[in-house]
Structures are given as C-alpha cells and as structure tokens.
Design a protein around this ligand. Structure first.
Ligand SMILES: C[S@@+](CC[C@H](N)C(=O)[O-])C[C@H]1O[C@@H](n2cnc3c(N)ncnc32)[C@H](O)[C@@H]1O
Length: 218
C-alpha cells in the first residue's frame, strides 16, 4: 500500500483506508490538470492534506449535513461521508449531497464508494447532472458544511444556491483560491461584502484553501 501520512488523521477501517490509499495513488499518477475538457478521465482530486483537514473540521464541528460541489470519482466524498457517518452515530441522521455532471464520473464514484462499503456508501446521496439544477431543491436540513471543489465559474452560483440553507456557523471551504485567483474573483468579492454574512481567511496549502464561516445576514 502506498503511504500517505495524512491518512493517520482519519478514523476508518482498514478496508476504507486501503481504498483511500489506492485512490490517492491513482490520482497522484494522473498528471496535471489542464482544463475541464481534458479532465473527463481524471480525478482532479483534493490533495491528501486538504482531505484530512476537511475530515477533521467535520469531526470537530459535528457536521451531519454536507454539500459537495463537485464529486468527480468520489475521492473527497469518502472523507466527507466517513465524518458524517461518525458524527451521526447518536442520531443516525446525516447526509452528504454529492454533485457530478459527468455521467461516466458518477459511475466511477459509485464504484469507489461501493469498494469502501457501508461505512461510507450509506451516507451519500449523489445528484447527477448540472448542480445549478440538482441543488435547486430538496436541501431540507440546515447545511453544516459546503465543499467547493468545482470549476471556478460554478463556485459563486453554488454558494448562492446553498446559502439560504446554511446554518449559522456553517463552514465553506474552496480549493485552489490562490492558484485560481482570477476564477474565484467573484466568489471572493461576494464573501468579502459584510452584508453577505461571511467571515473569511485562507489556509496556505498548495494553491490556497479558502476558509469561510457563515455568520448569517444581519
Ligand atoms: C475538481 S473536480 C472534483 C474532485 C473531487 N472533489 C475530489 O476531490 O475527488 C470537479 C468536478 O466538478 C464537476 N463539475 C463541473 N461543473 C459541474 C456542474 N455544473 N455541476 C456538477 N458537477 C460539475 C466536474 O465534472 C468535476 O468532476
């Protein structure tokens, strides 16, 4: 098994840890991201350190309702589902709403979650199609956490769809905010306006990780 030190941060069965290790190894071997059209057969996955941080943030905050934009082959989703499942032990209630517009990627994601097994699979609802449609309805529970790991033009539209459902204190994380600064310009401007109810910082992981807390609109 390839060694990924950040997996030491994760509470999971050997079966799930093996799947994570295998998928990270595959993702690491795939070469650089060029553009959306050239990434249909690629994970374009969140880095392992970022995945570990997201998992620990979810565990620390007790998050049980999570939205992920987008999902690709479902690698980051495994971390979200593990945390949600572990946070939901007492109540039995929790869900990761995953989103993916490419049908072939959705198939791969479902295969990966099946390999990981019930510890992961049962907590995920995958919404296939364009998230501008699939997230329009049925966000019934207050959302505790939103992961924005999506082509940048989708970041602000996603936030605007999910924001009415964010609980006060909800965390929003956006990947590569420094590396894709121009792409994220509208999102960062929106988050920076006090009337929109967010407080922001960034974490100096590779490419930058935007970290936002929704404190609510006055
Ligand atoms: C960076 S990848 C996600 C990687 C994933 N979070 C991981 O770490 O394994 C972004 C994904 O968003 C999907 N996507 C892009 N635009 C979308 C949209 N409008 N609706 C749903 N999914 C979309 C892409 O097909 C791609 O698979």
């Amino acid at each position: 098994m390839t060694s990924f030190p950040h997996l030491a941060s994760i509470n999971a069965s050997p079966r799930v840890l093996k799947v994570l290790s295998d998928l990270h190894a595959d993702a690491a071997a795939e070469g650089p991201y060029l553009n959306p059209a050239a990434s249909l057969d690629k994970f374009v996955a969140l880095d392992t350190d970022k995945c570990a941080l997201v998992y620990l943030l979810l565990r620390a905050s007790g998050a049980r309702y999570v939205v992920e934009a987008g999902t690709s082959f479902g690698l980051s989703t495994i971390y979200l589902a593990l945390a949600v499942g572990q946070n939901a032990v007492a109540s039995g209630a929790g869900k990761v709403i995953a989103t993916e517009k490419e049908a072939a990627k959705a198939v791969r994601a479902r295969e990966n979650w099946a390999r990981a097994g019930p510890e992961v699979e049962q907590w995920i609802e995958l919404r296939e199609g364009d998230l501008r449609e699939t997230l329009k309805t049925d966000l019934a529970e207050p959302v505790d956490f939103l992961l924005l790991d999506i082509w940048t033009p989708m970041a602000l539209p996603t936030l605007k769809l999910v924001q009415p459902h964010l609980k006060k204190g909800a965390i929003v994380v956006a990947d590569n905010v420094d590396a894709a600064k121009e792409g994220y310009r509208e999102l960062v401007e929106y988050i920076g306006k006090p009337e929109n109810g967010f407080k922001a910082t960034s974490i100096p992981f590779s490419g930058g990780l935007g970290f936002y807390v929704y404190l609510g609109q006055e």
